[in-house]
Ligand binder design. Sequence first.
Ligand code: ZN
Length: 231
Amino acid sequence: MKLADVKRRALVLCLVATMAVPAAGSETAVRITPDQSLSRLVAGNQRFVAHKSTHPHEEMARRHDLASSQHPFAVVLSCSDSRLPPELVFDQGLGDLFVVRVAGNITDAAVIGSIEYAVEHLKAPLIVVLGHEKCGAVTAAMSGGAESKDHIQSLVDAISPVVAEAKKDPKDPLDAAVRMNVRKVVGELAQSEPILAHEAKEGHIRIVGAYYSLDTGAVTLLGGSPVAVAH
Ligand SMILES: [Zn+2]
């Protein structure tokens, strides 16, 4: 193949790739892949870390476009902690992220139902479970102690299955618990019938765990297998 042909083919591939990632929220939005979605989040977090956030999709036209429909390109299940708002941390705007926030980024029926809605009806291809450094809910679970009658106890109960194992970590048991809790929740979502488990098995969605550093603003993906904890 001549050099000119190679260049032409590369250009066509580039254009096709660009077309496959339309502006989220557009009426003509084509479903992007889970990996494309993840790349978009990673790039946004890199801008945030470098203090180069572009604050996209805040303009009035965007607001008007979204009034009739939404096509968020990712679901983020994050802790409610005021220090990690997903739209800021990933440098995204209106209509980009379907965000579910609860202290300790735990699951319950309402959380899973919200995520199912985003996956089944809005066709979001990626779910990110975002835990973070020095999480108060995880700290409460690690402290243990007598059961209290307040509703915070329900958060503690959800996180407590990872506590015993995390306490074996010689370096930083709290940080280990944060990461294990994220993996546990990823596992719960991946096994959730009838929608999330099926969609993940079919390759329509990807479910990943991530950790936010309060110090650097960086989001790190947590590799390894999801932690399955028997309840
Ligand atoms: Zn937290």
